[in-house]
Design a protein around this ligand. Structure first.
Ligand code: ARG
Ligand code: ZN
Ligand code: CA
Length: 243
């Protein structure tokens, strides 16, 4: 891993209604957003408060659309138990999951925007799932999750990042340069939003690994970058992705 990683992306589209069969333009909009968000090229990167400007990171990972696979289905929602990843269960099998990031785009249901598999799991289910209404920033993309940040967040998990609040009150994300958050933040918190955890730090509500609206999350940190890079290094769980 000498500073740059390029990830081929296979987008698997499962549609029951015509609107779920999203356009290539909508798919490409998501790829473009990933390339911005993971390279410090997002237009809102300059909104990071000066308190955090020393830790905001250009991850240096790029994404290339490798293939789009489409399948019509009688299922109107897929849940979160990986059925969409299996042709035997009506879905689409992953393509080369050890060298390509598979994204399944379908209706999940239950108010879920997306979900991811962490590194180290079964390769047949590896990848991320994003609801078609929260994918990309055009076509059927729906506010306030219409800026493609659901995929940025889920791919953060796929690269081993935890939620910034550590999934428990004042929990840890195992990243030293992110502040300790009370819990998940939603909507678009006004700045500064103080934690009541030890030391009452200002929370980094604009981090992609919080739960704020798409327009209100626009940074990763250097510490998060280290966690992501470690999985692509020799001996790491995604070493097969590094050239
Ligand atoms: N797994 C989270 C959920 O489904 C994704 C949150 C993404 N947040 C966002 N602003 N797009 O709720
Ligand atoms: Zn998450
Ligand atoms: Ca932290």
């Amino acid at each position: 891993v000498n500073g740059s990683i390029e990830i081929p992306v296979v987008v698997n589209v499962l549609y029951n209604s015509a609107s779920e069969n999203i356009s290539l333009a909508q798919i490409q909009s998501q790829i473009d957003i990933l390339n911005q968000d993971f390279n410090g090229n997002n237009p809102d990167f300059n909104q990071v408060p000066s308190l955090f400007s020393g830790v905001k990171a250009d991850i240096g990972i790029s994404f290339v659309l490798d293939n789009v696979i489409r399948k019509s289905t009688r299922k109107s929602s897929w849940g979160t138990r990986d059925a969409m990843k299996s042709s035997k269960r009506g879905g689409i099998d992953a393509t080369s999951p050890d060298t390509k990031l598979n994204i399944w785009v379908c209706t999940i249901g239950g108010g879920i925007l997306g979900y991811a598999q962490f590194p180290g799991g079964s390769s047949s289910t590896d990848g991320v799932v994003i609801d078609s209404r929260y994918f990309g920033n055009t076509g059927t993309a729906t506010a306030p999750f219409d800026k493609g940040r659901t995929a940025t967040h889920e791919i953060g998990h796929w690269m081993n990042l935890r939620h910034i609040w550590g999934d428990t009150t004042c929990g840890t994300d195992y990243v030293a340069d992110t502040p300790t958050h009370n819990t998940a933040n939603y909507g678009c918190p006004s700045y500064p939003h103080y934690s009541t955890c030890s030391g009452t730090p200002v929370e980094m509500t604009m981090n992609y690994m919080d739960y704020t609206d798409d327009a209100c999350m626009y940074m990763f940190t250097n510490g998060q970058k280290s966690r992501m890079m470690a999985i692509f290094a020799a001996g790491g769980p995604r070493e097969t992705f590094a050239q």
